[in-house]
Ligand binder design. Structure first.
Ligand code: ATP
Ligand code: MG
Length: 460
């Protein structure tokens, strides 16, 4: 009779190729392909990835000891100014040494341009390196010739192998590294192709370790998917310190850079740039850019917006058209669709607007996105104006968050919004009653409204 050598039922481990399916949206892992991700609910998002042997388990468990916070030594981390004022503000006052920043945006929007300008500005006082996996050194040089006056000290490494990149960085010891892009690098330890979920995660993880251990600031360029989300798993956003996203219509010349996550500063801070032959130029007066001249037409309302620490005026446009469809269309560009549906519902139930059977289109002019709830009132007034086919009276701006009851809720930063409105020649601002208080800005009439119907009465 044969006797088993090992414990009953257990076989010696074998090196074997494992398949793992990973959700491209959220990084959820499963052992078989799934049509819908149980993690985030995305359809058709699972991608197969192959691993040789078991994925390594963390080996360094011994020797870890906690430290008392009081004993932690901190060297006063002085931020490095990029000397691009809009970028410095979005970062929260400059680049924090040893931080990992992800810069995302559609193709051609200006990610490489902005970061090359940063390298050009910093290269005289700091050692900087561009790791290019996307363009050859000659292509980078061509762009640099167009953008930079002095490019002598910018170093370029054209390489896609993560090990080689890290070895080169350890050797030349730069203070700032730009990686263009994180999707092109690969680690040979991971069996899947560059740009796949596990590669992107691994590459970003190794740059994070580099940043934290060696105090090197790293900018990662990340591509976005068709839907506009950063490609690669959501975990990428969790790993990095700061996520900056380029917005705007790439056919127009200006671009908005928004911080959607920042461990070292406030989020939703925006920077506005204009794309010129010589690169991205900062725009000091963005309201002028987003507002079209002349009298306001039907279906247009001006939002006195507050983005982070900056106030600006943004035009919201709406069109209401009779629909021949059983399910009328509701289309929003630059605004959250759920929010738009709510505003339309509140307009019909609380302000008596008959929108049933109409297609409603809302567009935020200039390709920017508005995310703050204070934009609700501008969207509602634009739709009401389009529906009535009559423009809002005078030079009026507005802000206010709508509740489901049709009431207008308190919004932060009323004074700063009014200041900006005054600066741009606005004569009156419709705002929530709760904000009106002792608010007074010379040259601007305050039109307080407790609810949506009152606001409508103020502007028509
Ligand atoms: N000579 C030029 N004059 C003005 N603008 C230019 C010129 N050349 C390029 N551009 C602008 O630069 C943009 C390309 O910028 P950039 O290469 O930085 O984009 P990117 O975000 O890195 O794109 P990708 O994801 O494809 O790498 C073009 O869309 C164009 O607007
Ligand atoms: Mg690029």
């Amino acid at each position: 009779m044969r006797r088993a050598t090992g414990p009953k039922g257990r076989r010696p481990p074998m090196a074997k190729v494992h398949s793992l399916y990973t959700c491209g949206q959220c990084g959820h892992e499963a052992h078989k392909w799934l049509g819908r991700c149980p993690g985030c609910g995305a359809w058709n998002s699972f991608i197969e990835e192959r691993f040789e042997g078991r994925p390594a388990s963390p080996a360094r468990i011994h020797g870890a000891e906690p430290t008392r916070l009081a004993d932690v030594e901190v060297t006063a981390a002085t931020r490095v100014k990029t000397r691009i004022s809009e970028l410095d503000r979005v970062l929260g006052g400059g680049v924090v040494p040893g931080s990992l920043v992800l810069v995302g945006g559609e193709p051609g929007i200006g990610k490489s341009t902005l970061l090359l300008q940063v390298l050009g500005n910093l290269c005289c006082d700091h050692r900087v390196l561009l790791v290019s996996g996307e363009e050859s050194a000659a292509q980078v040089k061509l762009r640099a010739d167009r953008l930079l006056q002095d490019l002598g000290a910018v170093e370029v490494l054209v390489e896609t192998d993560m090990d080689a990149v890290l070895a080169a960085i350890k050797k030349s010891r730069p203070e700032l590294v730009v990686v263009d892009s994180v999707q092109t690098l690969y680690s040979s330890e991971i069996g899947s192709v560059p740009g796949s979920v596990s590669q992107v995660r691994e590459v970003a993880g190794r740059f994070m370790r580099l940043a934290k251990e060696d105090g090197i600031s790293v900018f990662l360029v990340g591509h976005v998917t068709k839907e506009g989300a950063l490609a690669g798993p959501r975990v990428l956003e969790h790993m990095v310190d700061t996520v900056l996203q380029f917005e705007g219509d790439r056919n127009l010349t200006y671009r908005v850079l928004r911080s959607i996550k920042n461990r070292f500063g406030s989020t939703n801070e925006i920077g506005v740039f204009e794309m010129k032959e010589a690169g991205l130029e900062t725009v000091d007066d963005p309201s002028a850019l987003f507002l079209e001249d002349g009298a306001r037409s039907c279906g247009s309302a001006i939002l006195a917006a507050l983005e982070g620490s900056r106030s600006l005026l943004i035009e919201v446009q709406a069109l209401v058209a009779g629909s021949g469809l059983a399910y009328p269309k509701l289309v929003g560009t630059g605004i959250d669709r759920g929010r738009l549906a709510m505003i339309v519902a509140v307009l019909s139930r609380r302000a008596g607007l008959n929108l049933a059977g109409s297609d409603v289109f809302v567009n935020v002019a200039g390709g920017v996105r508005v995310e703050e709830p204070a934009a609700d009132l501008a969207v509602a007034l634009a739709i009401a104006s389009a529906h009535r086919d009559s423009p809002l009276k005078g030079k009026t701006a507005c802000f206010g968050e709508l509740s489901l009851t049709g009431d207008l809720r308190f919004c932060i930063g009323a004074e700063r919004r009014l200041d900006e409105a005054a600066k741009m020649g606005i004569e009156a601002v419709v705002l929530p009653h709760k904000n009106a208080g002792s608010l007074s800005v010379p040259g601007v009439e305050v039109l307080a409204a407790g609810n949506l119907s009152a606001a409508l009465a103020q502007v028509f």
